[in-house]
Structure formats: C-alpha cells, structure tokens
Write a protein that binds this ligand. Sequence first.
Ligand code: BV8
Length: 233
Amino acid sequence: MTELKRIVILTGAGVSAESGIDTFRSAGGLWEQHKVEDVATPEGFARDPDLVLGFYDMRREALTQVEANDAHRALARLEAEYSGERLLVTQNVDDLHERGGSTQVLHMHGELKSALCTSCEMRSAWDAPMVDRPPCPICRASTLRPDVVWFGEMPYQMERIYAALATCDLFVSIGTSGAVYPAAGFVQEARAAGAQTLELNLEPSEGSHHFAQSRHGLASELVPEWVGEILGG
Ligand code: BV8
C-alpha cells in the first residue's frame, strides 16, 4: 500500500471560468473592465467607495446566475473519498467550491458572500448589496466593506498555508495565471519541501517552469481526470 499523499491544492479564477465567472486577465476579463488600483486596493476604496462597493455588488449578484462545474464537483469528490491529508486553498472569492460540494475551503483572498465591518472588525455572512450602506449586523454602524483581500493587504491564514506546503507530498495548482503573490510563490515552497508539483491550466502560467508536471486544457476535463487518478490509487 503506497503511503497516502499529503496534498495541497491551489485554485484560481480558471476553475470557475466554465461556470461563466469572468477571470481577471483573459480578454474582456475583470481587470480589462476596471483598473486594479481603482477597485482592488484600500486606496481605491478610500477614493471612491461607491465604485468599489458597486464592483463587488455586481460580482456578488452574478453568483446567483451561475452554477458550479465539473472541476468544482471533482474536488468535492476528492474531499469526500480521499483518506489522506488534503488542503484546498482558493484565491477565488466566489462560493462555487462550496456549491460544488466542498466543505473545507480556505479562501485566502476572502469571499464575496462575507462582509467585514470597518468599525467593529467583525465578519458577517452577506449576500445583499453594500452600495446603499446597510448597517453592520453586529454593531449597526454603516461601515461594511467586502471581506476580500485587496492588493497590499495580507491574505488570510498564511501560517496555516505555509505549514501545509512545508509538509506536503503533492502540490497541485489549478486555473491560475501565477501572477499574484504570495499565491504564485507556493509552488516554490512546495518544491523546497520535496513535493511533487503539478499544474492544471488552460495554458502555461507565468510560473509553469517551476512545476515538475503541467497539463493544459479545460479544468472541467483535467480536474475530474486527475481526481480519478488519485482515487484510483
Ligand atoms: C501582499 C481578491 C503583503 C479581490 C485579489 C512585485 C512582486 C511581487 C509581489 C508584488 C509586487 N508588487 C506588489 C506585490 C504584491 C501583490 C502582487 O502580487 N502584485 C502582483 C500584481 C505583482 N500582492 C499583494 O498585494 C497581496 N498581498 O502581498 O501582502 C503584505 C505583507 C505584509 C503586510 C501586508 C501585506 C494580496 C494579493 C491579493 C489581491 N486580491 N483578489 C478580488 O477578487 O477582487 S487578486 C486576484 O488576482 C484574484 O484573487 C486572484 O488571486 C489573482 C490571480 O488571478 P487568477 O485567479 O490567477 O486569475 P487570472 O485571470 O489571472 O488567471 C486565470 C487563469 O486560468 C489563466 O492562467 C487562464 O489561462 C486559466 N483558465 C482560464 N479558463 C480556464 C483556465 N484554466 C483551466 N480551465 C479553464 N476553463
């Protein structure tokens, strides 16, 4: 019986692309419609809160129009059936991993369906617009912001992620361009720990050369195939 592998999986916008959610850097993607510094930085939020709250309200609303795809469902199957250690880290702020059946998801860049109050600093589950400045469910102040990690802000649960990378046997990156740090550096952490590394992406990412193995194609095809290999032992 081969020793069960400790697996760390990182997903990006490419895993949700076939569900109809815009990625960031493809043609017509989110960052073509808006400048990053205007909608995904604390400075942009301070400069024009209506623009930023409206940007995230639009993306939160779009979640109601899409469904999880076979890639999300395959990762949920892995969670349900794999008896080794597994950590799913996503850069995505959508809830499609959960709607595809995953229950243990680490959202390192936060979530559209969570609100952060800048007065009491508490988080609340949230699925309504914020542009009309609704009161914080906890302290009632009208100071909610999207609970997402903007550029220049510290991603969530980094210690837990680095601890998992330091002891994993296999690191798999799915649907990410490898353009944003610290997530883009995870493959190097895993390699330093002696892990196998695999990239599943539509095309070679910016960090492709760091991966021992790369498979290119649609996540909805590559991920079920890979999960089948892992569960098939
Ligand atoms: C931090 C949340 C430190 C909000 C996001 C210079 C060098 C190195 C780093 C930096 C630097 N200058 C500044 C930095 C730091 C900066 C950074 O990395 N900048 C980049 C641009 C150089 N990083 C940060 O600021 C981070 N914080 O460093 O903090 C710190 C230290 C101490 C104290 C305080 C702070 C925070 C970064 C988080 C930013 N927030 N999003 C929101 O979602 O709106 S980033 C955003 O882009 C996403 O969350 C995502 O994480 C990220 C990357 O996007 P991807 O998911 O990869 O999507 P993309 O469109 O790029 O690619 C999609 C891929 O899928 C493509 O490859 C495509 O081919 C593929 N694909 C498409 N369709 C399919 C597919 N694959 C398979 N199947 C398909 N069907």
